[in-house]
Design a binder for this molecule. Structure first.
Ligand code: TRP
Ligand code: ZN
Length: 450
């Protein structure tokens, strides 16, 4: 930078830009990074269960949004052994969850560049009071990744924010008695000595919190729903339930396609692993169920996320009800579809009957705050919001709203404001009060107030 005295003041300012350490999401200020957009990640990882170590090389292809002297990746993983940018060794330092990279040659605006990070050691999960255990998680035989909301950086050097989606390739090597699953479509595996290598391709842009590997001893089955390949894998402990989980997934998928419109990906399925986490994650294509055989409700919930959350993704975490409220309402709709006696209206009433002091009414789902972002109100009161919308606009318009949301924003992003605008456009009704009361007002919405 000392050599820049000959540049004009303006050019100096531009040549000297450091990429911001976060994208400015108030819930997760350190998540994501400024100055570039990730396009693709190529993840090559070898896992040794005995020592629980990974040896990995991750190549990120990205485009600079402005000139960059330094830029960051989010990374909380083990020891970094080398970093290159466009093939040249780059200086790097670590600062909390940030990997700060200084390329030998500053990046120009609009330039596509390639960063290769190699690292080795044992990744660890994040333990958080309200958000639970997430990130890279050790299992009896291997490991799984459940990374929502900001756990991708426990195992990947990544631009870890849902506003920056990218495609992925995975090449995972494990001892040959194990198998490695990941998002997307399987490519041919290979064997070398005592090691097996599994390849997976995610050709549809994916948020980093959905990127996942699952290493274990899998009992597997395959099937087709239309041209969607359905792959179901369970830990041997759940062997007896393999067919049941697979059938539930196929049935929910068929229903999802008619209810929400075309399935946004090419593969689907389910992974049931053994650690008793008691939660599931909608990992793109194939949800992971953490230690239990999922009920119909659970399967429908995680599959609904493929449309709502995975294909149409939040731009900021505050809008998380667009994921969880929608996936919960999908459960209510599916139950109604299976038995008219179980109508969504009945489910709504059973919750609405709860007293004003009940937990579901305490947090406004449209602005839950970081600690409550996966709280009951985001799920249940979020779903109730969709039910009052349905009551106001009628069944047909409501279904058009859901399908249009999934279709118009397929593979992209959506905000609450955009959903409200779409609902008004499709229904021709003014709905600001309804959403205001149900999403943002504290306390139990009073009948007649929306
Ligand atoms: N999105 C998950 C669901 O409701 C819940 C969840 C939140 C989660 N944070 C997580 C799951 C962390 C696994 C890890 O389907
Ligand atoms: Zn969910």
């Amino acid at each position: 930078m000392a050599a820049s005295v000959t540049l004009t003041a303006g050019a100096l300012a531009l040549a000297d830009v450091a990429g911001a350490p976060g994208v400015g999401d108030p819930y997760f200020p350190a998540s994501g990074n400024g100055g570039y957009n990730a396009l693709h990640y190529d993840v090559v990882l070898k896992y040794t269960p005995k020592t629980q170590t990974v040896a990995a090389t991750v190549t990120m292809t990205a485009r600079a949004g402005h000139p960059l002297r330094t830029f960051n990746l989010d990374f909380r993983g083990p020891r970094v052994t080398s970093v290159t940018v466009d093939g040249i060794r780059a200086a790097h330092t670590r600062d909390a969850g940030e990997l700060v990279i200084t390329p030998a040659v500053p990046l120009a605006r609009g330039e596509e560049f390639t960063t290769v990070v190699s690292y080795t050691g044992t990744p660890t999960s994040i333990q958080h009071g309200t958000l639970g255990t997430y990130g890279w998680i050790k299992t009896r035989e291997g490991a799984i990744v459940l990374a929502e909301p900001d756990g991708a950086s426990t195992w990947l050097p990544v631009n870890d924010h849902p506003s920056d989606k990218a495609t992925y390739d995975f090449t995972i090597t494990v001892p040959k008695h194990l198998k490695a699953l990941a998002n997307g479509e399987p490519l041919a595996p290979s064997l070398e000595g005592n090691w097996a290598t599994f390849r997976w391709r995610q050709p549809v842009a994916m948020a980093s919190y959905l990127a996942s590997v699952a290493i274990g001893k899998w009992e597997m089955t395959h099937g087709k729903v239309g041209d969607i390949t359905v792959i179901t894998a369970v830990d041997p402990k759940f062997k007896k339930s393999l067919t049941q989980v697979h059938r539930r997934t196929m049935r929910a998928l068929r229903w999802g396609r008619t209810t929400f419109g075309p399935y946004p990906f090419r593969t689907s399925g389910a992974i049931v692993d053994d650690p008793r986490l008691d939660y599931a994650l909608e990992t793109q294509d194939r949800p992971i169920y953490g230690g239990f055989v999922p009920s119909e409700d659970f399967v429908v919930h995680e599959l609904a996320h493929q449309w709502f959350g995975n294909s149409v993704t939040v731009r900021r975490w505050k809008d998380i009800w667009l994921n969880e409220g929608f996936a919960t309402y999908a459960e209510w709709m599916y139950r109604e579809h299976r038995s008219k006696k179980d109508s969504a209206a009945k489910t709504f009433r059973s919750y609405y009957r709860q007293p004003a002091k009940a937990p579901i009414f305490q947090t406004p789902p449209g602005a839950p705050g970081r600690e409550q972002m996966f709280g009951f109100p985001v799920y249940v009161r979020g779903a109730m919001t969709l039910h009052v919308l349905r009551q106001r606009v009628g069944d047909a318009k409501f279904r058009t709203i859901l399908k249009t949301w999934a279709a118009e924003r397929q593979g992209g992003h959506g905000t609450t404001e955009q959903f409200v605008a779409l609902s008004e456009r499709v229904s021709g009704k003014k709905l600001d009060k309804l959403f205001q009361v149900w999403l943002y007002k504290k306390g139990k919405p009073k009948r007649g107030s929306w």
